[in-house]
Design a protein around this ligand. Structure first.
Ligand code: AMP
Ligand code: GLY
Length: 424
C-alpha cells in the first residue's frame, strides 16, 4: 500500500514508525515531513494546511490511504476533499473536526447532551464580556473560540488580566478570526489526564492514558508550550475513573456527534480534569496529541494500520486495540528560548536506537549527511519499561546521550506522576 501522512512533527514521526511495522506498507509519503522523518518516509515540502496542494499531490501519486494528523487540515476539510477522490482517510471530516475547531460548538454540544464540563458563557461583544467579568470570581478562564496554536486559553487571576485578555483576543485579534467569539469559563482544579481514543462512529476505544507537561520550565512554571514531555499511563486515571469517563463522557460524546449528523471517525482526544466533582472535559482535540502520541503508540501492541483502516470503514471492534502493560516516557529536547525566540541550524548528534529507546524528530532539516535543528521542539527521546519509574529513568539517561548546541529540556518530566504513584 502507498500511504500519505499529512504533518511534520514528532507525532507524525511516531505514527509513521508505527505504520511501517505493517508488511503491507510499500511506501509512505510525508507532507511536509522533516529532515528526521526523511529516514522513514519520502518527504515533500507541501505544508499541512495547503489543502489544494495536498489534494493535487494525492491525485498524482497512487495513494491508497491517507492519515491526516494535524488540526488545521482536518478543520479545513482535507478529509472531505480526499474522500471525494475516493481516497480513504484516517481522520474526521470537517463537520466532525469542528469539535476542536470551535470551542463554542463543543461547549454547546456538552451543554445540550449533559456531558460534564466547566460552566461558561459565550460572548461575541467585547463590551458585554467585560461587563460580565466585573462580577466574575477569579481566577477565571478566557478561551478564543477557534484554533490558536494551543495558545488561545488565558487563565486570568484578576479583572485587569481578564480585561486585557478580552482586548487582546477580541479587539486586537491576536489570534485572528479565532477570537471573534470567546468563552468565559469557570476555573477548575484537579489532575489533568489526556485520553486519546479510536472511534469509528459506532464504538469508542480509549488508548492508554497519558500526562502532558505543557509549561516550558520545571515545576510547571514558564510559558505554555506545545508540550515538553509526556508519560503513559497516567497514574491518576484509575480503572474506576476510566469507567466513569466511558459512561459520562466518551460514549455520550460519540452519541451526541451522531445525533447532530456529525459522525466522528478517527482519533478523538479527551483533555480531562479530574475535579473534586468528578471528571470534566477541558477540551476535545480531533486528532492525536503531540507529544502524547510519542508515548502512547510505543505501547500499542496491535497493528496501527489495521486499526486505522477499520476505523475509517466503521468496522472497529474493541479486540482490535491492545496495549502493553508497560509504561513510556518522552523527554522533549527543544531549542533554548522556545516558545519565544530561539536559534536553529545546529548539528544534531544522536545515539543509536534500540527496541526500548528511540527518538522521534520534530524539527530538523538535512544538510548532506548531517541533521540540523530546525524548530522550537527538536525531538522527543522516548523510553519504554515495565513500569513508569524505570521508563522515566531510561528516557532521561537516553536523552543525555543526545547532543546539539542550544538544547533545552525540563528535568522533571514524570515527577508528578511518580509522586502520585507513591501516594496511591
Ligand atoms: P486547552 O488549550 O483547552 O487544553 O487549555 C490549555 C490548558 O489550560 C489546559 O491544559 C488546562 O491546564 C488549562 N485550562 C483550560 N481550561 C481550564 C479550566 N476551565 N480551568 C482550569 N484550567 C483550565
Ligand atoms: N499535547 C496537547 C495537544 O496536542 O494539543
Amino acid at each position: 500500500m502507498q500511504i500519505l501522512v499529512v504533518g511534520g512533527g514528532g507525532r507524525e514521526h511516531a505514527i509513521i514508525k508505527s505504520l511501517k511495522k505493517n508488511a503491507l506498507v510499500e511506501k509512505i509519503y510525508a507532507l511536509p515531513g522533516n529532515g528526521g522523518i526523511a529516514k522513514d518516509a519520502e518527504c515533500f515540502p507541501i505544508k499541512a494546511n495547503d489543502v489544494d496542494g495536498i489534494v493535487d499531490f494525492a491525485k498524482n501519486h497512487k495513494i491508497d490511504f491517507a492519515v491526516v494528523a494535524p488540526d488545521d487540515p482536518l478543520v479545513l476539510g482535507l478529509v472531505n476533499r480526499l474522500e471525494d477522490l475516493s481516497i480513504p482517510c484516517f481522520g474526521p471530516r470537517a463537520e466532525a473536526a469542528i469539535i476542536e475547531g470551535s470551542k463554542v460548538f463543543s461547549k454547546n454540544l456538552m451543554k445540550k447532551y449533559g456531558i460534564p464540563t466547566a460552566d461558561s458563557e459565550t460572548f461575541s461583544d467585547p463590551v458585554k464580556a467585560i461587563e460580565y467579568l466585573k462580577n466574575s470570581s477569579y481566577p477565571t478562564v478566557i478561551k478564543a473560540d477557534g484554533l490558536a496554536l494551543g495558545k488561545g486559553v488565558i487563565i486570568a487571576k484578576d479583572f485587569d488580566e481578564a480585561k486585557q485578555a478580552v482586548n487582546d483576543i477580541m479587539m486586537d485579534k491576536c489570534f485572528g478570526a479565532s477570537g471573534n467569539n470567546i468563552l468565559i469559563e469557570e476555573f477548575l482544579t484537579g489532575p489533568e489526564v489526556s485520553v486519546l481514543s479510536f472511534t469509528d462512529g459506532n464504538i469508542v476505544v480509549p488508548m492508554v492514558s497519558s500526562m502532558d507537561h505543557k509549561r516550558a520550565k520545571d515545576g510547571d512554571e514558564g510559558l505554555n508550550t506545545g508540550g515538553m514531555g509526556t508519560v503513559a499511563p497516567n497514574p491518576y486515571y484509575t480503572e474506576a475513573v476510566q469507567k466513569e469517563c466511558m459512561e459520562k463522557i466518551f460514549l455520550p460524546t460519540i452519541n451526541a456527534m451522531n445525533a447532530e449528523g456529525r459522525t466522528f471517525k478517527g482519533c478523538l482526544y479527551f483533555g480531562l480534569m479530574l475535579t473534586p466533582k468528578g471528571p470534566k472535559v477541558i477540551e476535545y482535540n480531533c486528532r492525536f496529541g503531540d507529544p502524547e502520541t510519542q508515548v502512547v503508540l510505543p505501547l500499542l501492541e496491535s497493528d496501527l494500520l489495521d486499526i486505522m483502516l477499520k476505523t475509517s470503514k466503521g468496522q472497529l471492534s474493541v479486540d482490535d486495540v491492545k496495549f502493553s502493560k508497560g509504561a513510556a516516557c518522552c523527554i522533549v529536547l527543544a531549542s533554548d528560548g522556545y516558545p519565544q525566540k530561539y536559534s536553529t541550524g545546529f548539528e544534531m548528534k544522536l545515539p543509536l536506537d534500540s527496541e526500548d529507546e528511540f527518538i522521534y524528530i520534530a524539527g530538523a532539516k538535512k544538510d548532506g549527511d548531517k541533521l540540523l535543528t530546525a524548530g522550537g521542539r527538536v525531538l522527543g527521546a522516548v523510553a519504554k519499561a515495565d513500569n513508569l519509574k524505570d521508563a522515566v529513568k531510561k528516557a532521561y539517561a537516553y536523552s543525555d546521550k543526545i547532543y546539539f548546541e542550544n538544547a533545552y529540556k525540563r528535568s522533571d518530566i514524570g515527577k508528578k506522576a511518580l509522586m502520585a504513584l507513591e501516594n496511591n
